[in-house]
Ligand binder design. Structure first.
Ligand code: SF4
Length: 265
């Protein structure tokens, strides 16, 4: 967690707790679990108690909110905050009080553009604050779902698009990381299919010591980028598959880093 991060599509990360349970193929080499293990561990898996962070850490967004004028003067845009990077906002095993406090913090810090990233979109409806579901979804909070297989896309993206319409979520997107097979995104980018569409697609290859364990092709990214261009969706190429990916490994035609609502990285 921190005011700065190496994750290219955001400015800062925010966690009020650590801990999670693996729920799909994108969780296999969860970097957050590795970070937790290095700090003593014990907060991953069914039945493992999650770790509530200190009050000072939990209040960090209020500091960023107070600094919003200076941030916007420097970057000519609002600060983007990814949450949670060390767990999942819609984790069933998190005490509901922690989650509601976390959501109230997000709601109050309205000078920040929040990027909720979840692998549990099916819990969003039952776990979001009641006011958000009754026409009050905050306009500074968007939702990203991680999808790495065609099967997950077909299961989760229709749900996400239904929620976008039902709660008037300002933008929704998909994080395709680590990319490991070709996925046809077109039904979810085309407004005529579900009455609304994804606003953002982030593509990224696997990194770290096991980066060769999964198939990877830059052609998947090229095709996804073409589909996004055709339907007017923001596309963001995060990284190639490599042990330590760097921007100079990205082919020039794929170095595209757009953000939803017309923003650029
Ligand atoms: S949902 Fe995210 S934090 Fe939780 S185990 Fe999977 S990759 Fe890790």
């Amino acid at each position: 967690m921190g005011a700065t991060t190496g994750i290219k599509w955001t400015d800062s990360t925010y966690n009020s707790w650590w801990g999670c349970t693996k729920v799909g193929p994108a969780c296999d080499d969860c970097y957050a679990e590795g970070t937790d293990k290095r700090a003593g561990g014990g907060h991953w898996g069914h039945g493992a108690e999650r770790r509530l962070l200190s009050e000072k850490a939990r209040n960090e967004p209020f500091r960023w909110q107070r600094q919003a004028d200076a941030f916007e003067a420097e970057y000519a845009r609002r600060r983007r905050v990814f949450t949670l990077s060390m767990g999942d906002l819609f984790d069933n095993e998190v005490p509901s009080r922690w989650r509601s406090d976390h959501m109230h913090t997000m709601e109050m810090c309205d000078r920040l553009d929040w990027q909720v990233c979840t692998k549990r979109v099916s819990n969003l409806s039952k776990m979001s604050l009641p006011g958000w579901k009754k026409g009050g979804w905050p306009k500074h909070i968007g939702v990203l779902v991680t999808v790495v297989t065609q099967k997950e896309a077909e299961r989760d993206l229709p749900r996400l698009l239904d929620l976008k319409t039902a709660y008037n979520i300002p933008w929704v997107g998909v994080s395709n990381e680590p990319a490991q097979e070709w996925i046809d995104w077109s039904p979810f980018l085309d407004w005529t299919v579900y009455g609304t569409a994804l606003d953002w697609l982030i593509f990224g290859g696997k990194s770290g010591g096991n980066w060769k364990d999964r198939p990877f092709s830059l052609d998947w990214a090229r095709e996804a980028r073409q589909q996004c261009t055709f339907f007017g969706t923001a596309f963001f190429f995060k990284q190639v598959a490599a042990f330590r990916p760097t921007d100079d490994m990205i082919p020039a035609d794929l170095l595209v880093r757009q953000c939803p609502l017309g923003g650029r990285a």
